[in-house]
Design a protein around this ligand. Sequence first.
Ligand SMILES: NC(=O)c1ccc[n+]([C@@H]2O[C@H](COP(=O)([O-])OP(=O)(O)OC[C@H]3O[C@@H](n4cnc5c(N)ncnc54)[C@H](OP(=O)(O)O)[C@@H]3O)[C@@H](O)[C@H]2O)c1
Length: 286
Amino acid sequence: MEGKGQTALVTGASSGMGQETAKKLAEKGFQVIAAARRMDRLNELADQVQGIIPKQVDLSNPEDVEKFSSYISSLSEPVSVLINNAGYSIRGALEDISLGDVRRLFEVNVFALVRVTQACLPGMRRLRKGTIVNLSSIVGKFTFPMTGGIYAASKHAVEAISDAMRMELRPFGIRVVAIRPGVIVTEFNEVGNQMSGDVMARTDPDYKPVYEAAGAGIGKMFGGVSIPGPDLIADLIVDAVLSDAPKTVYSAGPFSDEFLGQRAKLDDDEFDAFLTEKFGLAGLKV
Ligand SMILES: NC(=O)c1ccc[n+]([C@@H]2O[C@H](COP(=O)([O-])OP(=O)(O)OC[C@H]3O[C@@H](n4cnc5c(N)ncnc54)[C@H](OP(=O)(O)O)[C@@H]3O)[C@@H](O)[C@H]2O)c1
């Protein structure tokens, strides 16, 4: 078994892509520390698959992250595979999102990722090997309007951090991979709705036509598109971990080819015009 004798850590392992990845890595023989807030889910996972170690952590709470990082640093078998997967989104125009909500999102999607990675690195350097997989998104390379500039900003941060680490850590034999999923069916959408609250109820009436136009544009985009489940991405992650030479970035899922393709091909003005059109905002005056 490829992972025998190796310890992996998967954050956000209680649901979606993290849960599938934890399961698949354990099936490959890794000992997997599965971290999240919902212990019932993690315990259930540990009952289903051998080799899962459930560990509770609230990554939005810096003190909890510190305690978790001390636990990671104290392991006798260092983590050699780190999947920085935990994350969530909030939606709305910038004016409709409180600074507290922005801070909380960055605590989970960015600051906790940095701290947990820092806790794993001394062990990986001692081993002179390791793989770090960071869950970015297609919106790590551009942003949609109205539905998540702040979320996209956190994923742009994940991309920059991944790029720097890849170069810094290569001399130690540590590989760094970014994953850019398109839209995937998990609890992500539901959690995003919960965390955003009723944006339409609190927005200024000025914004209503802008939300409505963007909503209609998104509706059109999704028409007839079938959305895959988390397996698609978990398989990519496991392939990257087991590969002798993983790629810098893996992307898959609906909209990933179209949007990332256009982002690579168009200049900034052309891409802005492409997205404005897609979101039904071209020519809108309020
Ligand atoms: N689904 C998509 O369309 C999509 C697309 C691109 C990128 N992504 C990214 O992929 C990653 C996984 O998302 P998913 O789609 O699998 O979503 P998901 O089903 O909602 O899973 C998110 C995981 O993150 C954990 N998490 C959230 N807040 C946490 C906190 N404060 N402390 C500890 N753990 C926390 C959740 O666990 P608990 O609630 O139990 O704590 C859960 O296990 C995220 O980084 C997301 O941004 C998703």
